[in-house]
Design a protein around this ligand. Structure first.
Ligand SMILES: [Zn+2]
Length: 284
């Protein structure tokens, strides 16, 4: 398991956490890119799966502890865990405990979207009932994303699990936003449609430094080239437009990027080269 990385970005304290790993079909991760190209960047196993990380981010901002994403759902059955190569327990809770953080200390959770590999620890079993894992947190999500998670269509229903959504809804934990929104001073969400219609990225800005948490817009540094869009994306042409818009912003503001599914070191920066956009790792 990757150790916790700590970084101070202006007034924010950041801990780049890990919720372990997940294995997904390599072809699906790289869309129209031929295997001879992508397999140099992410080495497939005998089932053609590539290894992905799960990289939630913990932020201390004034008197708030904010969690960006809650890792992957390990409540499902053994077959589900085998398909995605999952361990039995959620490393995320152990990492929070190492930092002395109890689930009830989290006051805000920000969701890029509600797929099971991003919102999996929203709930856990407590005395035979599914309860919110972070009971005191407001859970920020785009209105569109919550609607789609509650009423998924055939193409997206395997990606959402109601058990990560309904208990929070019943207990009034969600706070929906529509479009761009400032959640705390210097912490904002921006719509990033494509992977899903309601996906958002999370940005931090403090003392001239910027960071973006990429969600599944560009989940791996190897996916940075403009057309390396996963086949999982529901609206790939929208992903392309969103990438063009946000890439320019991230280049101009010299954003540090946290790649949501990077299996190794999760931090990087975009570059524009003669071959197009690429990402380089950043070691702090
Ligand atoms: Zn994902």
């Amino acid at each position: 398991m990757r150790p916790i990385l700590y970084h101070k970005l202006g007034n924010f304290e950041l801990w780049f956490l890990s919720d372990g790993e997940l294995w997904l079909d390599g072809g699906s991760m790289f869309g129209i890119v031929p295997r001879p190209l992508w397999s140099k960047l992410a080495i497939p196993d005998e089932q053609n799966r590539v290894r992905l990380g799960l990289n939630p981010l913990l932020i201390r901002a004034r008197n708030h502890l904010v969690l960006i994403e809650t890792g992957i759902d390990r409540k499902a059955d053994e077959k589900f865990r085998r398909i995605y190569g999952l361990s039995d327990t959620n490393p995320l809770l152990g990492q929070l405990a190492l930092l002395g953080v109890e689930p009830q200390d989290i006051s805000l959770v920000v969701h890029t979207h509600l797929h099971f590999d991003h919102a999996g620890l929203n709930t856990r079993w407590v005395e035979g009932r599914l309860r919110p894992t972070f009971p005191k947190a407001r859970h920020i999500v785009q209105k569109q994303e919550l609607e789609d998670a509650l009423h998924p269509h055939e193409r997206s229903q395997a990606s959402y699990r109601l058990e990560n959504v309904e208990p929070l809804l019943e207990e009034g934990c969600f706070e929906v936003v529509e479009g761009e929104a400032e959640i705390l001073p210097g912490l904002q969400v921006l719509p990033a449609p494509g992977h899903t219609l309601g996906m958002q990225v999370v940005e931090l800005a403090s003392e001239g430094q910027n960071l973006a948490y990429t969600g599944d817009l560009v989940a791996l540094s190897a996916q940075a080239p403009l057309l390396y869009i996963p086949a999982f994306d529901l609206y790939p042409m929208t992903s392309l437009q969103t990438r063009k818009r946000l890439y320019e912003r991230w280049l101009e503001g010299r954003y540090l990027l946290c790649f949501t599914h990077e299996p190794g070191h999760p931090l990087g920066r975009l570059m524009r080269t003669e071959k197009g956009y690429q990402a380089e790792p950043v070691y702090l």
